[in-house]
Design a protein around this ligand. Structure first.
Ligand code: PDD
Length: 287
C-alpha cells in the first residue's frame, strides 16, 4: 500500500506530493500547522486542534483554505486511505504561492494546504513510558510569538538535534530569568514535593498545547491539584516528577535532565495515572 497525501484538493501518492518553490511556507515559513493523535481508530481532541488552527490563522491573517466541515472530510479521507488506526495526521496551511516579496501577496492568493498521516508503533511509546526519557536544557532563543503554531521551527529543530547529540530525547528552553518555558515540541510539567502539578501559564512564552489543556481536565477529574506557575530549572531538578506532553506522546516521564537524575530515576505515579485516564476523557472523533 502506498502512502497518500492531500495537497491542495487532490489525493496524491506521498512520493509525488509537492508544493511550488515559491510557496510562502517554503520561502518565509509563512504558515501554520497542527499535529493530532489518532488512537484505536479515533482522532483525539479534534475540535480543540481545529480551534487552535483557527486562532493561528487569524493571528497571521491567513484565510481558511476550505471550510471546517470540508477540512474534516479531507482529514478523515487521508487517515482512511493510509489505514491509520494508531498514529497521527499532520496538517499545514500556508499563505500560498506568490512571487517572492516580503509583504503579503494579493488578497485573492489561495492558501496552500497539505495533510499527511502516518502510523506509529505503540510499543515504542510504551517503552519510553516504562523507562522514562532524558532531556537537556537550552537557552530560549525563539521569537516572542511561540503561542502561534507556525512552521517556523528552526530553533526547535536545532534544540532537538542538540538533545540527540547529547544522548537525550528532548530539549527544554529556559528563559532569561532562569524559568522553564517549554520543550522543543512539548509542554513541560513538574510535580512539587507536596504533590501539586505545576506548568507554566500559557502566556506568549509557550504554545498552549492541546494535550496540556486536556490534561487539566484529566487532573481535575482525578482530583490532582494543579497550578499554572512558572518554575526554575533548580526547582524542576528537585521535583518529585517531571514530564512532557504533546499530541504525539501524550505524557512522557523525564528521568534525567542535564545529567541529573529526577527523583529516584524511575517514572512517577502521577504521570502514569494521567496517561491511563487521558484517552477516556479526551474528545474522540471516529475516522
Ligand atoms: N508539537 N510546544 C511546542 C513548541 C510544540 O511544538 C508542541 C507540539 C507542544 C504541545 O502541543 P500539543 O499538545 O497541542 O501537541 C508544545 C507537535 C506535536 C509537533 O511539532 O510535532
Amino acid at each position: 500500500m502506498s502512502r497518500i497525501a492531500y495537497v491542495n484538493g487532490r489525493y496524491v501518492r506521498h512520493a509525488d506530493a509537492a508544493v511550488h518553490i515559491e510557496d510562502r511556507g517554503y520561502q518565509f515559513a509563512d504558515g501554520v500547522y497542527e499535529v493530532c493523535e489518532v488512537r484505536h481508530g479515533f482522532i483525539v481532541d479534534l475540535s480543540r486542534h481545529l480551534d487552535r488552527l483557527n486562532r493561528s490563522l487569524l493571528e497571521l491573517r491567513i484565510a481558511w483554505p476550505m471550510n471546517r466541515a470540508a477540512l474534516v472530510v479531507a482529514i478523515r479521507e487521508v487517515l482512511r486511505r493510509n489505514r491509520v488506526r494508531n498514529g497521527l495526521f499532520y496538517l499545514q496551511v500556508t499563505r500560498g504561492v506568490a512571487r517572492r516579496d516580503h509583504v503579503f501577496p494579493a488578497a485573492d492568493t489561495r492558501p496552500s494546504i497539505v495533510i499527511t498521516a502516518k502510523s506509529t508503533d505503540p510499543s515504542v511509546i510504551a517503552r519510553k513510558n516504562a523507562n522514562g526519557i532524558k532531556a537537556i536544557t537550552v537557552a530560549e532563543n525563539r521569537w516572542d510569538r511561540v503561542d502561534i503554531k507556525t512552521v517556523g521551527l528552526l530553533p526547535n529543530a536545532l534544540a532537538r538535534q542538540q538533545a540527540k547529540e547529547a544522548g537525550a530525547q528532548e530539549a527544554i528552553f529556559i528563559d532569561a530569568n532562569g524559568l522553564v518555558t517549554e520543550g522543543a515540541a512539548t509542554n513541560v510539567w513538574m510535580v512539587d514535593q507536596d504533590g501539586t502539578l505545576l506548568t507554566r501559564p500559557s502566556d506568549h512564552g509557550i504554545l498552549r498545547g492541546i494535550t496540556r489543556t486536556t490534561l487539566m481536565d484529566v487532573a481535575a477529574r482525578l482530583r490532582i491539584s494543579i497550578r499554572e506557575e512558572a518554575f526554575t530549572v533548580e526547582r524542576m531538578l528537585a521535583a518529585r516528577e517531571v514530564f512532557i506532553t504533546a499530541a504525539t506522546s501524550i505524557c512522557f516521564p523525564l528521568v534525567e535532565i542535564d545529567g541529573h537524575t529526577i527523583a529516584n530515576g524511575h517514572p512517577g505515579s502521577i504521570s502514569q495515572k494521567i496517561r491511563d485516564a487521558f484517552f477516556d476523557i479526551a474528545e474522540k472523533t471516529s475516522i
